[in-house]
Design a binder for this molecule. Structure first.
Ligand SMILES: CCCCCCCCCCCCC/C=C/C(=O)SCCNC(=O)CCNC(=O)[C@H](O)C(C)(C)COP(=O)(O)OP(=O)(O)OC[C@H]1O[C@@H](n2cnc3c(N)ncnc32)[C@H](O)[C@@H]1OP(=O)(O)O
Length: 301
């Protein structure tokens, strides 16, 4: 019976929760990998490795020095996720990093500094787009966080269904935007609230707190802290447990939980872009970003 259910589940719902939630899903004309037992695709910033026999895809960020989310990263991630979303052999996705000590440094500050208004608009739409794909994915998403994970890096982890963080006190995680003099947008905030609850999110976002693994576990920002060399294997073991649940039941449940947050973003998407462009192009905000970048460089020297 369990096997039958699993088989039925494999061929059931396809497409992201955006379509499961009653909105027309987008169709992408993408060629697909083939029918080998392992399918890999590597672009410059992201490597996707789907093991057809296990149904697990590992998406590795490989944009040194810090996996910052610039236009290339955003585009490559979006294409990789679209392909996986359409692939019935893929049941779960693990996000992790190939860059030592950093999961992702978040949005590329250079895409928010000294650029045109058109660039800011395109950039922000791409950031929204990636979040929508991650947050609304019908697949099981697990973050295997093997390094520092500030701001947009934390957002990618928050968009997953389960988070495993390496036990290294240097690997801090959190929405630190306020410390840069910028503001976590409402959908970053919603993702945090949905994970840790209102009171903790309220304090966390205002102070821009970066949490150590022990503290992140305590507040529920991550679900497990494991030795660094066990992060990926633990994510794979955990995925097998999620696979015990029939896909259709899990997907509908996920959609039910996430739809209000996704709908809020879709309803406010254009206003959010306007707010971002207006905010980021202010002289005072540009100055804050300039000082922050200088501070990062000074820290090195
Ligand atoms: C009506 C309502 C109005 C409201 C409107 C709201 C609108 C919205 C406002 C804007 C919202 C923006 C949301 C932003 C989200 C973000 O993600 S911002 C990015 C935040 N990220 C960070 O703060 C991380 C900064 N980096 C670090 O802390 C460290 O680099 C690290 C990740 C911990 C790694 O440390 P280490 O290994 O020591 O590397 P470094 O030496 O520090 O860095 C190496 C080089 O990389 C550069 N770099 C680092 N981070 C970034 C980055 N995010 N973008 C671009 N570049 C980055 C760093 O400067 C070094 O460069 P070089 O010196 O040239 O080598």
């Amino acid at each position: 019976m369990a096997t039958l259910l699993r088989k039925a589940a494999r061929v059931s719902l396809s497409g992201s929760l955006l379509s499961a939630g009653g909105r027309p899903g987008r169709l992408y004309a993408l060629s697909y990998f083939g029918s080998n037992s392992r399918n890999s695709s590597t672009s410059s910033k992201v490597k996707v490795d789907l093991d057809n026999s296990s149904g697990i895809a590992v998406v590795k960020f490989q944009g040194p020095p810090v996996n910052s989310m610039g236009m290339d990263f955003l585009t490559e991630m979006a294409i990789g996720l679209d392909k996986l979303e359409l692939d019935k052999n893929c049941r779960g996705i693990i996000l992790t990093s190939a860059v030592p000590k950093v999961f992702s440094a978040g949005l590329d500050i250079m895409d928010m500094y000294g650029k045109t208004l058109e660039h800011y608009e395109l950039f922000w739409r791409s950031v929204q787009d990636l979040w929508l794909k991650l947050y609304s994915s019908s697949k099981i998403m697990i973050a295997a966080i093997n390094g520092a994970s500030p701001a947009g890096g934390c957002l990618m982890a928050l968009s997953c269904d389960y988070r495993i963080l390496a036990d290294n006190p240097r690997y801090k995680i959190g929405l630190n935007e306020a410390q840069l003099g910028i503001v976590a947008p409402f959908w970053f905030k919603d993702s945090m609230v949905n994970t840790v609850g209102y009171r903790i999110a309220e304090e966390s976002i205002q102070f821009g707190v970066m949490y150590s693994p022990a503290d992140a576990l305590k507040i529920g920002l991550v679900d497990q802290v494991v030795p660094e060399d066990k992060v990926l294997s633990t994510a794979k073991e955990k995925m097998e447990k999620w696979f015990d649940i029939p896909d259709h039941a899990r997907q509908i449940s996920k959609s039910m939980m996430r739809k209000p947050t996704i709908d809020r973003m879709l309803a406010n998407r254009e206003t959010d872009i306007k707010n971002f462009v207006g905010f980021i192009s202010k002289d005072s905000i540009q100055k804050s970003l300039e000082m922050y970048m200088a501070m990062l460089k000074m820290k090195k020297g």
